[in-house]
Design a protein around this ligand. Structure first.
Ligand code: HEM
Length: 512
């Protein structure tokens, strides 16, 4: 252990010396400068300024001090931080042909092999092919019709689980999000407990998170370390990467093979994979694209949906008057003889506004995902150098008091225009990211959140817990991460009536 540590430090020091020398010898460049930002230290730049928790709050403060476009440099790597929708759109949407690459992640991407999932694929031909596959299956709101039955079926199962064990809300939310994605990707119906595929993908996703955690692997700071042989002392990360690659490949291959077997036997349910595989014969390259696209669905679609649905329950607990108003609308439009469906959405404007507010109030991906600039650009007079990583502070865009009145308050009415006030901007314009990297699952996310909110409000009263006569106030705090979740909270969930119980318990097989 000690030996391996010394070797790692030695290598680190050697490469750091080279880097420092290079920085010292480099001549200052003339012409436009990087956007302003906190002054860093010589050589290491802003290493010490970079927040390790809830980065979006610090980025927002920098925005107030330095302007909507600001920058920091960490060990020579420039980061450009955008704090308004206007600049994010002007750069990432309007100039998307040069703002659509992703950073290279040595540990997760190159050594483990996650570089093949859409979120990490470098901009280029393969990226375009995979985006086209997503677009074919889920690129429009009309294409959501193909998934509405699955969504409604799985949401009914969710209601049943919540009714039985309301105290396990967080686990039920995780279960429904995974179940929907596996059903859509592969036509796979997950078991109530101990499902082997769910366990496999969960393990792979956990390893993905560990391999992408900022600062966890030196090889991400010093890419040259990737050439160190696995047997070399201190090269434990290479052995870890090899073992994680096995889990990742299983996660990608096993469900794909499941669909192929089912298709051969003529028993495959319609799914993302089966629709893309059926018909014409496909090349090995096309099959590989389909396999990795389906795996990208799980990676992109599960944790994000979990965060949104969990935050809906938090919002309803904290804002009971909003829940009452939405329930009154559902009762008036849908009645209590059936559960709401997608067809009801156009007639439920307040519930629709509530879904928007869920996506705004709790920013699921508060700092989005970094876009890597592919060539030098000058924007608003600032240099945006090739290789810079551009971060849109989505949390700030959704909580900007100049755009959203009292941004910390959960208030769906902000999206309902009146005679005297305009509706505030639809958060879906920014919460799913920008340009050619915009979230390809945005329509699916929108319908999943809608049906979970509408069905849950139709049958449950959600309120604050009372323990020993004391009302427990749930606080709204978020975890740090690319996908941020509300921290665990307590709430009480009860069926609204006996009729609601019978709707929840209606025979599941009839609804398949
Ligand atoms: C509330 C739910 C969701 C939110 C807020 C969300 C948000 C985002 C954001 C901010 C990005 C980065 C965009 C950028 O780089 O500018 C992204 C990327 C992505 N999302 Fe989502 N997402 C959600 C649900 C989903 C779902 C359901 C799926 C899959 C069905 C999905 C699949 C992906 C994929 C594959 C990428 C990477 C795209 C690329 O790099 O080209 N997301 N999402």
């Amino acid at each position: 252990m000690a030996l391996s540590f010394i070797n790692t430090v030695d290598i680190f020091c050697g490469v750091l010396c080279l880097f420092l020398l290079h920085s010292l010898l480099r001549r200052p460049r003339k012409g436009p400068l990087l956007p302003p930002g906190p002054k860093g230290l010589p050589l290491i730049g802003n290493v010490l300024d970079m927040p390790s928790e809830q980065q979006w709050l610090t980025f927002a403060k920098w925005g107030e001090q330095w302007g909507d476009i600001c920058s920091v440099t960490v060990l020579g790597q420039p980061f450009i931080i955008l704090n308004s929708a206007k600049v994010a759109t002007a750069m990432l949407d309007k100039k998307s042909s040069i703002y659509s690459d992703r950073p290279v992640l040595q540990m997760a991407g190159n050594l483990v092999g996650w570089v093949n999932v859409l979120a990490l694929i470098p901009y280029g031909e393969r990226f375009r092919r995979v985006r086209r596959l997503f677009h074919r299956i889920m690129g429009t709101s009309a294409s959501m019709k193909n998934f509405s039955q699955i969504e409604e079926f799985e949401t009914r199962r969710f209601l049943r689980r919540v009714l039985t064990k309301p105290g396990d809300l967080a686990a039920h939310v995780r279960h429904i999000a995974g179940a929907i994605i596996l059903r859509i990707s592969y036509g796979y119906e997950v078991k109530e407990v101990g499902d082997p595929l769910v366990e496999l993908v969960d393990q792979a996703m956990e390893q993905f998170s560990s391999s992408t955690a900022p600062g966890a692997y030196l090889v991400d700071v010093l890419p040259i370390l990737r050439h160190v042989p696995s047997w070399f002392p201190g090269a434990g990360f290479k052995r870890t990467a090899k073992s994680w690659a096995v889990t990742m490949n299983q996660m990608v291959d096993e469900p794909h093979q499941f669909v192929k077997h089912q298709m051969a036997a003529g028993t495959a349910r319609p799914s993302f994979t089966s629709s893309l595989m059926e018909g014409k014969s496909i090349t090995a390259e096309e099959e590989s694209d389909i396999k990795w696209s389906a795996a990208s669905l799980y990676g992109g679609g599960t944790d994000t949906t979990v965060s949104a649905i969990y935050s809906f329950f938090l919002a309803m607990t904290r804002y009971p008057e909003v829940a009452k108003k939405a329930q009154a609308e559902i009762d008036a439009v849908v009645g209590n003889e059936r559960l709401p469906t997608f067809e009801d959405r156009p007639h439920l404007p307040y519930v629709d506004a509530l879904v928007k507010e869920v996506l705004r109030w709790n920013a699921v991906a508060p700092t989005g995902m970094p876009h890597r600039v592919m060539e030098d650009d000058v924007h608003d007079g600032y240099l945006i150098p090739k290789g810079a990583l551009v971060i849109a502070n989505i949390w700030k865009l959704l909580h900007d008091p100049a755009v959203y009145v009292n941004p910390d308050v959960f208030n769906p009415d902000r999206f309902m225009a009146t005679e005297s006030t305009l509706a505030e901007p639809d958060p879906r314009g920014v919460c799913f990211g920008f340009g050619r990297r915009i979230c390809p699952g945005l329509h699916l996310a929108d319908v999943s959140v809608f049906i979970s909110c509408a069905m849950s409000l139709a049958v449950f009263d959600i309120s604050k817990c009372v323990e020993a006569g004391v009302v427990i106030e749930p606080v709204h705090e978020n975890t740090t991460g690319t996908v941020s979740h509300p921290k665990p909270f307590k709430c009480s969930i009860k069926a609204r009536s006996r009729k609601a119980v019978s709707l929840i318990e209606a025979d599941e097989h009839k609804q398949r």
